[in-house]
Design a protein around this ligand. Structure first.
Ligand SMILES: [Zn+2]
Ligand SMILES: [Zn+2]
Length: 69
């Protein structure tokens, strides 16, 4: 009978977590840019007025790219 090893390390591995460039928090979801900039939802909410002017795209403060929501 094969021995069963309980894989304790496998509990909820945050494989898709990102680190917010603004607050440094690790979050499950981030708005991100190909340049590597990432912004969590909380920071996006805080900075939304400075990030978008048309509510269709937000501008990456790092590289200036327009990113759609
Ligand atoms: Zn953040
Ligand atoms: Zn960028």
């Amino acid at each position: 009978m094969p021995r069963f090893r309980p894989d304790r390390k496998k509990k909820r591995a945050p494989r898709h977590s990102h680190v917010c460039s603004a607050c440094g928090r690790e979050v499950a979801f981030c708005w991100h840019c190909p340049c590597g900039f990432a912004l969590c939802q909380a920071c996006m909410d805080e900075n939304i007025w400075g990030m978008t002017c048309n509510w269709v795209t937000w501008t990456c403060p790092d590289c200036g790219a327009d990113r759609s929501f």
